[in-house]
Design a protein around this ligand. Structure first.
Ligand SMILES: Cc1cc2nc3c(=O)[nH]c(=O)nc-3n(C[C@H](O)[C@H](O)[C@H](O)COP(=O)(O)O)c2cc1C
Length: 305
């Protein structure tokens, strides 16, 4: 089940998804974080943030909307409490970083240089650029590339850019990030949605819009992985979006993902990542794959006649 994300070799391809398991502690009663491919931590910013006002979660058919608003302790507390906890348990950490400006991304990345257990940086560019009237970095090829370039300039660990599906051409954004030095891509972040309460006659979420996640978005996510792998076959992809089972994970692998993240599923089944791993292992064996890497991108190949 071993796989690699750029220069990082992982014992298995199942990771948590950013924002769905904090920094791993909450999952510890249900699974050993060291047995996962890696723990992807909640996007951390330079300073502590309280996030958006509640309500900031809403259930939807086959999914949920969240508008947490990047709540977090800030990079100093994260470095003092969260990363050491993961490192002491022998868990690999993929640290997700966010910022309101290119400079903030670079500063957070800089603080993480030499941090214990840090395997890889995931750059969450699905946040508003304060200097550009709040336009989301991930929706503009140049802005996305600026962030990747600035982060790459200060770190030696591989950098994955996490893209938003809310764009006309995800391949254009992917290409721009890779040209700017991204070592790989995380696909996909949530899709923007709104739910209106028909009793109060107002939006359910205080923030009006939220990110849609869960099985409802899986076909969109698999499509994004497919398109990006087809255009940039040499670029490693960490795939995610609605994975509940090993067969869901297998779809992402066949579309071109080298590893997967399990997010929303952990809210109702906190042991989902280990279950998904066991199911994926069984599914690969049942289909005669000697190793996971034989299945990566296989769906793109012409069938044997
Ligand atoms: C409550 C919640 C919080 C999230 N927070 C983050 C975050 O901080 N950074 C990030 O890059 N993605 C965040 N995401 C997006 C997930 O990492 C993932 O990309 C998305 O939910 C799709 O996967 P899933 O359907 O398995 O949840 C969050 C998702 C949820 C549901």
């Amino acid at each position: 089940m071993a796989t690699s994300l750029a220069a990082v070799t992982l014992g298995n391809p199942v990771l948590t998804a950013s924002g769905c398991a904090a920094a791993g502690r909450e999952l510890a009663p249900f699974l050993d974080p060291a047995h996962l491919g890696a723990v992807v931590t909640k996007s951390v910013m330079l300073r502590p943030r309280s996030g958006r006002a509640t309500p900031r979660m809403a259930e939807t058919p086959s999914g949920m909307l969240n508008s947490i608003g990047l709540q977090g302790p800030g990079i100093d507390a994260f470095l003092a409490h969260d990363l050491p906890w993961l490192a002491e348990r022998g868990a690999r950490a993929v640290v997700s970083i966010a910022g309101g400006s290119v400079g903030e991304f670079a500063e957070v990345a800089q603080r993480l240089v030499g941090a214990p257990g840090l395997a890889l940086l995931e750059v969450n560019i699905s946040c508003p650029n304060v200097a550009s009237r709040g336009q989301v970095f991930a929706c503009d090829p140049m802005a996305a590339a600026d962030v990747v370039r600035a982060v790459k300039a200060v770190t030696t660990v591989p950098v994955f850019a996490k893209l938003s599906p809310d764009v006309t051409d995800i391949v254009a954004i992917a290409r721009s990030c890779v040209d700017a030095g991204a070592d790989g891509l995380s696909l996909i972040n949530t899709l923007l949605g709104t739910v209106i309460d028909t009793d109060t006659l107002r939006p359910v979420l205080t923030g009006i819009t939220g990110g849609l996640s869960g099985p409802a978005i899986r076909p969109v996510a698999v499509r994004c992985v497919w398109q990006v792998h087809a255009a940039l076959p040499g670029v490693p992809i960490l795939g995610m979006g609605g994975i509940l089972t090993g067969l869901d994970a297998l779809q992402f692998v066949l579309a071109g993902a080298s590893a997967v993240s399990v997010g929303t599923a952990v809210f109702h089944d906190p042991s989902a990542p280990t279950r998904v791993l066991a199911e994926l292992r069984a599914a690969l064996a049942a289909r005669g794959f000697p190793q996971l890497t034989d299945a990566i991108g296989l769906a793109h190949r012409e069938p044997h006649r």
